[in-house]
Each structure stands twice: as structure tokens, then as C-alpha cells.
Design a protein around this ligand. Structure first.
Ligand SMILES: [Fe+2]
Length: 383
């Protein structure tokens, strides 16, 4: 199977001439729209003026979303604030850099304000008012948000309903104190752990739990935020390893938090695999039903945050894929076990990892591996 290196999106805005409601709304907002397969570094992506957000920004319409969700990047000027806004689409916010605070309310008297810094993750309860404030007079704040605006705008295509709607989702948020204090509930669902909360103070250091079925000596936490239908998760995998390939529906924005490596993506039956090299700040969205596999070629564990279209509680049927994403395709699942993968994949990994001065530690799992056996916790059946 051939491998093609994918060029990251340049950040150059695309020309939009459209009658599509969502695209027209993006044009009205005035921020540039960036499309492409993946972004190399959200921290340095070029932005344009976006008054309502309190500075600069850009929309991201990456190919792998299939149009179900989107992302945007915002930079709030030192000492600046965004305009208060509310909308009938969900929004999850991940802070790339800087520090500040956000106020959230359905009615003025019940305003909640909470502080955040780099690495924080939170969600705005559906249709609640919110306003972001940069807490520094010197440094800008930059965040990434993933929303289901494309779906919601195209279904309802009515500005008043979407942006001037008095309905309060009291089942999601009642203005209660401590809503954003970072507390939550941990529960186990099949092979994974899920944390229901409204605020994660630091995605980089958050405690994860073993998910051995996905390979790579990996650990994970599923996140359900603000009673959203959209979900998120954080995953980490070990030095010298890679995860197993799997596939699912569109819209999972995989944001690299820590580490260096690459992802391979391909459609079942295609001769060509797309290879996206990444480092912290990169984002790639696997297209609907494409197999994809993540590789750690660096000298530290690799950790990513996935901001998805569907959650665990409120699943969205967006894909033809059926079956669990951590069960072999041979057993009706959507995962390719190590012993079934194309040998070329391991060759590419060994070649890349050598360039980074790290050593492959997959020998216990991949018999044709020329690297090390690795510690006992990196094995196919153990965690
Ligand atoms: Fe995935």
C-alpha cells in the first residue's frame, strides 16, 4: 500500500460564494474560513478580524467532519473580552494558551464566572449567554472551540430561532453555584471510564485509565460535558508504540496535546494511505468510516484530546460503521488488530521513529518488529 504525505492546511482563507445557510453565516461573521485535511499547529494558524469574539479568529471546516460539526480558533486581545452571545448549538472550548475567565448565565442574577488557563476544557450549556475575558493585560488568549453549528444551522435555518431564542435548558443548567468547579462523576462503560463534568482544569495532566483493547499501552478518559450531545475524550499512548487502527463516524477533532508522531488514514479498499505528521497543537479529523491509526515517534508519551460530534450518552448515528471501535473487524467490530495490519504500516513507523532518535518497543506484539520487546505493560492483552 502506498503512503502519501499530506500537506497541512496553510490557513489561507477560501473564497466562499454560496447559498448554503451555514456557509453564508460564516461569511457574515467575517472571520476567515480554513479548510483542508489537517492543521499543523493551531497555535500559529493565521487569523483574521472577528469583532464579536473580541479579537481575531478563523473557522475550521476540515474535510473529515463531513459537515456535521466545525471548529473555530479565537484570539482575545490582552485585556479584551468577547461580546456576550448565546446560540442554539453546542460548543466545547479548549484553551490553547493564555489565561482568563468566562461568565455564563441564563438570567443576569445567576451569572457564573470561572477562571481557566492553558489546557482547560469546558462546554457552554446550550443556549446560555456567555462572555470570555482575557485575564492578562500583556498576553493574548487563544482557544479552539468545536461546535455542532453546521448541523443546527442547516436544520433550522432561522436566525431568530438560533441566536435570539429565550428557551432555557433547565435540565442542563439552572445557574447553580459550582457548576464549573471541576467536580464530576466517574462511571465505567464497557471497557472505558467516563467523567461527567462541566470543566476540566488541565487536559495535559488529567488522570487517565487503562484501555488495553485499543493498544499502545494506552489510557483514556471519556468526557461528557454540560449534558451535551457532543462528547470528548483524552487518550495517551506510550513511547515507542502505536495504537490499533479503527474507524467510526465523522467529526472527531483529534487535537495533539503532547508528544510527536503521525497519523495514517485510509478508506477501506484504497491503495493509498494518507500520512499526517503532528506535534502539539496539530489537529486531524478522520473522515467518516476511514480507518485511522496514531503513532508515537517521539521520546515522551503522546496525548491527544478528541472533540467529537457524538457523545456516549447521546449517540449520533452518523456512520455506516457498525460495531464497537475497540473490537476486531473479524468479530463484527471496527478495529484492525495488530496481527491483521498491513506490514507496510510497521515499516513506516520504524523508519520515522529512527529519525526522531526513539526506539520501537512493539516486538512483543509485532513479530516482524526489529526494535525492542518493551516493558511488560505494552502488550496486546495486558495494559
Ligand atoms: Fe478514532
Amino acid at each position: 500500500m502506498a503512503t502519501t504525505d499530506v500537506q497541512p492546511a496553510t490557513g489561507a482563507p477560501q473564497e466562499l460564494v454560496t447559498t448554503d445557510f451555514y456557509d453564508a453565516w460564516q461569511l457574515e461573521e467575517g472571520a476567515p474560513v480554513v479548510s483542508g485535511f489537517y492543521i499543523e499547529d493551531l497555535n500559529t494558524l493565521e487569523l483574521g478580524a472577528w469583532e464579536r469574539k473580541g479579537g481575531k479568529g478563523a473557522f475550521l471546516n476540515l474535510e473529515g467532519t463531513g459537515g456535521v460539526n466545525d471548529a473555530h480558533i479565537v484570539e482575545i486581545s490582552p485585556g479584551g473580552s468577547s461580546e456576550p452571545e448565546r446560540h442554539m448549538y453546542e460548543e466545547m472550548v479548549y484553551v490553547l494558551s493564555g489565561r482568563g475567565s468566562t461568565s455564563v448565565w441564563y438570567q443576569e442574577g445567576d451569572k457564573q464566572t470561572f477562571e481557566w488557563g492553558r489546557g482547560a476544557l469546558f462546554a457552554i450549556p446550550l443556549n446560555a449567554w456567555y462572555q470570555h475575558h482575557n485575564g492578562s493585560g500583556l498576553e493574548p488568549v487563544r482557544y479552539m472551540a468545536v461546535t455542532n453549528a453546521p448541523t443546527m444551522l442547516r436544520i433550522f435555518h432561522n436566525h431568530d430561532f438560533l441566536f435570539n431564542n429565550p428557551f432555557r435548558f433547565d435540565d442542563r443548567f439552572t445557574g447553580e453555584k459550582g457548576y464549573f468547579n471541576g467536580e464530576g462523576t466517574l462511571y465505567k462503560q464497557r471497557n472505558t471510564h467516563a467523567w461527567e463534568t462541566n470543566f476540566v482544569p488541565d487536559t495535559h495532566s488529567m488522570q487517565l485509565h487503562s484501555w488495553k483493547e485499543r493498544g499502545g499501552g494506552g489510557s483514556n478518559i471519556m468526557l461528557e460535558l454540560a449534558h451535551n450531545s457532543m462528547g470528548a475524550h483524552i487518550s495517551q499512548f506510550q513511547i515507542g508504540t502505536y495504537k490499533k487502527a479503527h474507524r467510526h463516524g465523522p467529526g472527531a477533532h483529534v487535537v495533539i496535546l503532547d508528544g510527536n508522531g503521525f497519523s495514517m488514514l485510509w478508506r477501506d479498499g484504497d491503495d493509498e494511505m494518507k500520512k499526517c505528521d503532528w506535534r502539539p497543537g496539530a489537529v486531524v479529523v478522520p473522515p467518516d468510516n476511514w480507518f485511522h491509526q496514531h503513532f508515537n515517534t517521539g521520546t515522551t508519551p503522546a496525548r491527544y484530546l478528541a472533540l467529537r460530534y457524538g457523545g456516549r450518552r447521546f449517540r449520533q448515528t452518523t456512520s455506516v460503521t457498525r460495531g464497537e471501535t475497540d473490537v476486531s473487524v473479524k468479530l463484527g467490530g471496527a478495529q484492525i488488530e495488530y496481527e491483521d495490519e498491513d506490514r507496510k504500516i510497521h515499516e513506516v513507523f520504524e523508519s520515522d521513529i529512527a529519525k526522531h532518535g526513539a526506539v520501537c518497543r512493539m516486538k512483543a506484539i509485532i513479530p516482524w518488529c526489529t526494535g525492542e520487546v518493551g516493558p511488560s505493560h505494552i502488550s496486546q492483552s495486558g495494559d
